[in-house]
Design a protein around this ligand. Structure first.
Ligand SMILES: [Zn+2]
Length: 117
């Protein structure tokens, strides 16, 4: 197993630790450099085709990868911790989840910043 895959498995294990939920930025801080590059690349190529914030803390995203649509669901709790997340590619912590968490974090930061007159 490559180092990169090991790092993804580590992230997946953190994700499964229900006793200690982490915030979005805590996950993103743990992204290995290569994952950050891949996430930025995925977003730059506009593979993330939709991100819907339905319920207050529930996000549904669609990613188009090699002609296949993947669906990602992320649920945050009241304090912004990642309660649950799932991707239909079903390979544990994948680039798709990583990209959606990244994008949600960006959106939240954008919303939190004051709007200048
Ligand atoms: Zn995936």
């Amino acid at each position: 197993m490559s180092n990169f895959n090991k790092e993804l498995v580590q992230l997946h294990n953190i994700m499964k630790e229900q006793t200690a939920p982490h915030t979005l930025s805590e996950y993103i801080d743990k992204y290995p450099d290569r994952l950050v590059r891949d996430v930025k690349d995925l977003l730059a190529k506009e593979k993330l085709t939709s991100l819907i914030n339905g319920d207050t803390a529930c996000y549904d995203a669609t990613i188009l990868e090699d002609g296949t649509e993947l669906f990602v669901e992320v649920t945050l709790d009241d304090s912004g911790h990642v309660e649950d997340c799932y991707c239909t590619c079903n390979t544990g912590f994948c680039i798709h989840l990583a990209a959606v968490l990244w994008k949600i974090n960006e959106e939240l930061n954008r919303r939190a910043s004051p709007v200048l007159p």
